[in-house]
Design a protein around this ligand. Structure first.
Ligand code: NDP
Length: 332
């Protein structure tokens, strides 16, 4: 006897539209490596996945230049091109990739309902949240001007391109400390631009920074501009802003790395899905399960630590397998 029919399934197990509401077996939200990998696995498991891309189709990787650390590309590949490959593979295997933004969710009462673009309602048998996290930027115009030309929010992704050069990392938290020490191993000199006179980073990370001879901390400095002809060649900083000792200084750098935090894109789910204080979705360790049955989280939305394309893809695979098992258990 069927005690509970997953909401996305019809009697025949097909996706369908009833009235205003569309029913799907597996709804994937997000088009980064996690979302597309989940789609590839879900499609091959006959879950007929529907994937909504979000505003930034392809996710954070579309803002990087060359990706050299994703296995399988011996010569590297540009971020946008790689994401086209992910998309092509997901579509070829049967994923319905749609442009649209999840704007609301309602997981109360057993149904998994997601609203797209404010008006289209989807009732899903399972939902894979792969909405990622957005790197925070300072908000200065130069960050846009030099996007992909020296400005980056990921040292692990882009640090390699600044080997033996001088670079700067903005921020004083664990990410900034980690990125600065990582870059110090590749670059000639790393400036760490810290807005206060203390680091927020853990003691252990602070010690690593202090012990690294080619990191120079610029305390109480704030960035106001970047300059350069064909890419970043330097930054304009204000020291001790707003005090009588305020002064403007310039540093010559080729790479400018933001490490002032990320914002996990979990807002629309957080009334139902448990998150940590920063907004990252909590998953049951060793799985992608959230506290809501049938809702799974993959990629950066549940990972404040590794944040790599390959780890996101791995968790996307896990989410599809978890969703498949969830749906087949419901049928038993
Ligand atoms: P955090 O929020 O911890 O730190 C952000 C840093 O950026 C702070 O130093 C902050 O300054 C600075 N900052 C924020 N906005 C601006 C701005 N507009 N201008 C200049 N500076 C700014 O973010 P993280 O990404 O570093 O860490 C997020 C979480 O992940 C933390 O809990 C961290 O511990 C954890 N993490 C753990 C790691 C590990 O265990 N290996 C590695 C990386 C992260 P201020 O201090 O003045 O607010």
């Amino acid at each position: 006897m069927e005690l509970f029919k997953p909401m996305g399934l019809t009697n025949e197990g097909e996706n369908q539209t009833v009235g205003e509401t569309e029913k799907v077996k597996c709804l994937i939200i997000g088009s980064g490596p996690a979302g597309y990998t989940a789609a590839i696995y879900a499609a091959r498991a006959n879950l007929d996945p529907v994937l909504y891309t979000g505003l930034q189709m392809g996710g954070q990787l579309t803002t990087t230049t060359v990706v050299e650390n994703y296995p399988g590309y011996p010569d590297g590949i540009t971020g946008p091109e790689m994401m086209e490959h992910f998309k092509g593979q997901a579509e070829r295997l049967g994923t319905d990739v749609r442009i649209g933004m999840a704007t609301a969710a309602d997981f109360s009462g057993g149904d998994l309902i997601v609203t797209i673009d404010g008006n289209r309602k989807i009732k899903a048998g399972s939902v894979i949240i792969a909405t990622g996290a957005t790197a925070k930027y300072l908000g200065i115009e130069a960050e846009t001007k030099y996007a992909g030309m020296g400005v980056s929010a990921c040292a692990t992704c882009d640090g390699f391109f600044y080997r033996k050069k001088d670079v700067a990392v903005v921020g004083g938290g664990d990410t900034a400390a980690e990125e600065a020490t990582y870059l110090a191993g590749l670059c000639n000199k790393v400036y760490m631009i810290v807005r206060r006179n203390v680091l927020r980073a853990s003691k252990a990370m602070q010690e690593r920074v202090m012990k690294t001879p080619n990191i120079e901390i610029l305390w109480e400095h704030q960035v106001t501009d970047l300059f350069g002809e064909n890419g970043v060649e330097g930054a304009v900083l204000v020291k001790k802003k707003g005090t009588p000792d305020e002064e403007t200084v310039k540093i010559n750098i080729h790479g400018f790395f933001l490490a002032i935090g990320h914002t996990p894109n979990s807002d629309i789910f957080s009334d139902f899905v448990e998150t940590d204080q920063a907004g990252y979705i909590k998953t049951i360790p060793g799985s992608t399960k959230t506290n809501v049955p049938g809702v799974f989280a993959a990629g950066d939305i549940q990972d404040p630590h590794y944040r790599q394309a390959v780890t996101a893809a791995g968790s996307g695979c896990m989410a599809a397998l978890d969703a498949e098992r969830y749906l087949s258990d419901l049928k038993k």
